[in-house]
Design a protein around this ligand. Structure first.
Ligand code: ZN
Ligand code: MN
Length: 486
């Protein structure tokens, strides 16, 4: 297929669990784990005659996310019943939003390599409720756990604007960063807080003619790696299939696939366009939502600077590399701590190194976040200033940083307590230099000869002085005095 140009075309449908305390239409607690069917009530197990009541917090989280995704926010929306039969959906319908979603026409900007970005359009974002969970691992039967039934879900649909498996994965990661920054979802992939369904096909140009392969939808991907691999797999599979059969959208059907993680391949679930008739109709038990100016503005006040904007600002204003800025903005608390320390006068690259090399490492080891380490901007500024002024070495700074996570003491206090202060006392250092010069006449001669051995001999003498000081002399001051005396 040498003379063909293959364009990958992918759109995403995403479901995000919102981190409310209770479910979407009842007061049952939302929590991960727990015994099956203990967090249920007549509303979320679908008893007849019950009355659902909308969770206001869920609505506000949904609108906040839609604002962050640059969507138009609807001032009037309603709830619709989407009918289908499935064991984990005892009502036989899902409460969702059909023709009047709470938002539409937005976009998300995603970071590509080298500081470039790309804009992916958002078709709509609406609220709905999750179904329960079928469990097939208990024996020769299936069981249903309804703890998750009725959990608030934000469904986000993008335009098919992504053109590679990497772009799809990056969008998923960027959305995770956004919902975490906003605090609307924990975005924990392992707990199924975010589920992704890519729609993939190829536009193949051959001899001036464009052939579009049939669309594959891959259901329920819940890891970034699976997202990228599933799309990559579909790209290969569709290309091979087109070469073999010449099938296109006109001659083939849309198909639904699952992802077989063990074998790293997609598996066909359904073929043929099922004429889905969800019999959508307005839910008569729920009042429509009218969002007035005051309410919308109150929600808008919950917006924060978004991660990608912050990442770009760290590059442009503080001179960080795109890589460093991306690492720092991986987590909002870390990014804000860094920002606050730099605004308070700390040197950006040095704070960045302390946070990314020491802070994030410690947080990872302890299975927590930098915020929980208990280090504030004030102490970070003091610590970086100590390093800048040559009062403590960069190595000592790491030790002090670690000690800061277990006490409230100031960096200077810790440095003195642990004997990590470097001495810049010229008199004290001078006498050490004199001792070393007297003890090593051969090395002194080598330095003064200016020959090949000069640099090496100088390094040796410097090392001797540092050793005599117990590593506490400021190396810059030692070098100055040594050079003067030689
Ligand atoms: Zn309930
Ligand atoms: Mn949905």
């Amino acid at each position: 297929m040498g003379e063909c140009i293959v364009k990958v075309v992918v759109g995403l449908e995403i479901h995000v669990h919102l981190a409310t305390r209770t479910k979407m239409f009842c007061g049952c607690e939302l929590a991960y784990g727990g015994s099956a069917n203990t967090r249920t009530c007549p509303v979320c197990i679908g008893m007849p005659g019950v009355l659902p009541v909308m969770n206001r917090q869920a609505y506000e989280y949904a609108v906040l996310t839609a604002l962050a995704l640059n969507c138009e926010i609807a001032r009037f929306t309603k709830w619709d019943r989407k009918s289908y039969y499935y064991p984990d959906l005892p009502k036989n319908y899902q409460i969702s939003q059909y023709d009047l979603p709470l938002s539409r026409n937005g976009f998300i900007e995603i970071p590509l390599e080298g500081g470039r970005t790309k804009t992916v359009r958002i078709v709509r974002a609406h609220l709905e409720e999750d179904a329960g969970k079928n469990v097939h691992t208990l024996g020769p039967f299936s069981a249903v756990d309804l703890n998750r039934a009725g959990a608030p879900l934000l469904e986000i649909v993008t335009e098919p604007d992504m053109n590679s498996p990497q772009e799809v994965r990056i969008l998923a990661q960027e959305l995770q960063r956004i919902v975490r920054y906003l605090g609307v979802s924990e975005g924990d992939m392992q707990k199924g807080h975010m589920r992704f369904e890519p729609n993939v096909n190829l536009h193949i140009t051959r001899e001036g003619q464009v052939f579009k392969t049939p669309i594959s939808e891959v259901k329920n991907l819940n890891s970034f790696r699976a997202i990228e691999r599933a799309v990559a797999y579909e790209v290969e599979r569709q290309r091979d299939e087109f070469i073999e059969t010449g099938v296109t959208m006109q001659t083939g059907n849309k198909r639904t696939f699952g992802w077989d993680d063990a074998n790293q391949r997609t598996v066909l679930q359904r073929e043929k366009e099922e004429a889905h008739d969800y019999r959508y109709f307005p839910d008569p038990d729920l009042v429509p939502v009218e969002l007035d100016d005051a309410w919308l503005e109150r929600i808008r006040a919950g917006l924060c600077e978004l991660p990608l904007a912050m990442q770009k600002r760290f590059v442009s204003d503080y001179g960080l590399s795109d890589y460093d800025a991306a690492v720092l903005t991986g987590d909002r608390d870390t990014a804000e701590l860094f920002d606050a320390a730099v605004r308070a006068g700390a040197e950006a690259k040095r704070v960045c190194n302390l946070l990314t090399q020491t802070g994030l490492k410690l947080a990872n080891e302890r299975g927590t976040t930098v915020r929980v380490l208990g280090i504030d901007a004030g102490r970070l500024v003091e610590l970086t200033t100590l390093v800048e002024d040559g009062q403590v070495s960069a190595t000592a700074a790491t030790t002090i940083f670690e000690a800061m996570t277990t006490c409230d003491e100031s960096p200077g206090g810790i440095a003195r307590r642990l004997n990590l202060m470097q001495t810049s006392d010229a008199g004290e250092i001078e006498s050490l230099v004199d001792e070393v010069i007297t003890a090593h006449p051969k090395a002194v001669e080598d330095v003064r000869s200016g020959g090949k051995k000069s640099q090496k001999a100088r390094g040796f003498l410097l090392g001797q002085v540092m050793q005599k000081s117990g590593g506490q002399a400021n190396p810059r001051v030692v070098a100055e005095i040594l050079d003067r005396k030689l």
